[in-house]
Design a protein around this ligand. Structure first.
Ligand code: TXA
Ligand code: MG
Length: 334
């Protein structure tokens, strides 16, 4: 019998990575598709498996902040301060790249994204292999990120050597990305570490530049994180009126809509907890995506803490191409 592709065998994952193969890994944010970041030919396999445009740089994962000096030319004081408090954690530091990082990893950019994932299994794996892991989220390009090993198996199961199962991701949305390569730090992606926490530690406000039409983080295209179904975001009662008589599913923040079939609804957090909402967001979107409905009606969550990152993902999920262009779009994503 051949080895199961999903499992908890760290030795197998480490051996495959040493051989230059790609392995899906758990992190506290979302699952990643990992390869040895110092081996260009291994990294190429990530782009192939994901159908990812080669202009989109990858985040490099290491087991501790101490190793950042090996992969970045310089580390400004603000980055140090945040790293000391928040690593391991859902935060990615964009820093001037050290030449040891191959150009394919950074898509030719002079900067590199570094992060220490807060997941015991992957921290152990990083210790064992002794090299950093380049890893984007383990979804086909443009689709919702995976938060369980099963999500990865469903979509990329035949394209990865192994899926290391570390259970469901606790945070559930991608890391917050901060660019430290310019004079002033700037947020490029809202994510699992809240803006409020970052500003409190730094003692000053941060620029937030998460424009999707001209993305600073090249992967932040407007229609990213999008399920196949059309998604609308807004006020649920008025959208339910507008879509009366149509096959709708509902993604609500904390309470169900009595007029909609309960099996076609998902609630992000019954207790209105934004952390729980973030952890549920992508798996709920995936579940809605396979329901017998034509459109997902989602409501905004409070725009604070992790709510900002959730609303950002909802906005992008809703930036769907019109249904008659769907074939075109699905093709792009295969
Ligand atoms: O939580 C996460 O960050 C997950 C887990 C697996 O670590 N990773 C993740 O990777 O979300 P990915 O590739 O799906 O998104 C990384 C984003 C992309 O938008 C990419 O353009 C941006 O980070 N990025 C990476 N390196 C960069 C750099 N040097 N400069 C600017 N943006 C960068
Ligand atoms: Mg991604």
């Amino acid at each position: 019998m051949s080895k199961p592709i999903v499992g908890t065998d760290l030795d197998n994952a480490a051996a495959l990575l040493r051989e230059g193969e790609i392995v899906a890994i758990p992190t506290e944010t979302v699952y990643g598709l990992a390869a040895n970041a110092l081996d260009s030919s291994a990294v190429v396999k990530i782009f192939e498996a994901k159908n990812r445009p080669e202009f989109d740089p990858l985040i490099v994962h290491t087991h501790s902040f101490d190793t950042f000096r090996l992969f970045a030319e310089s580390i400004p004081a603000d980055a140090k301060r945040l790293a000391e408090e928040l690593c391991p954690g859902p935060i990615t530091f964009i820093l001037p790249k050290h030449p040891i990082i191959p150009d394919i990893v950074t898509a030719g950019h002079p900067t590199v994204g570094l992060r220490v994932p807060d997941h015991p299994v992957t921290l152990e794996l990083l210790e064992r292999v002794g090299f950093p892991l380049a890893a984007p989220s383990a979804n086909p390009f443009g689709y919702v990120s995976p938060t369980t090993a099963a999500h990865v198996a469903d979509q990329l199961g035949d394209r990865v050597a192994y899926i290391l199962d570390g259970g469901p991701c606790g945070v559930g949305i991608e890391s917050t990305i901060i660019d430290f390569s310019l004079d002033k730090p700037r947020i490029l992606r809202l994510g699992g570490m809240s803006l409020e926490t970052l500003e409190e530690i730094l003692g000053h406000e941060l620029d937030v530049q998460v424009s999707s039409s001209r993305p600073n983080a090249p992967g932040m295209l407007i229609s990213h994180y999008a399920p196949a179904k059309s998604v609308r975001v807004g006020e649920l009662d008025s959208m339910l009126l507008e879509y009366r008589g149509e096959r709708v599913g509902v993604l609500s923040f904390c309470s169900r809509k009595p007029e909609v079939d309960p099996s076609l609804q998902r609630v992000l957090s019954q207790t209105a907890d934004l952390r729980e909402a973030a952890a549920n967001l992508f798996s709920h979107l995936r579940e809605l995506d396979v329901m017998p409905i034509d459109v997902v009606l989602a409501e905004w969550v409070p725009d604070e803490g992790l709510g900002r990152a959730i609303n950002d993902r909802l906005r992008r999920a809703a930036a769907n191409i019109a249904p008659d262009h769907k074939g075109e779009r699905d093709e792009r994503r295969t």
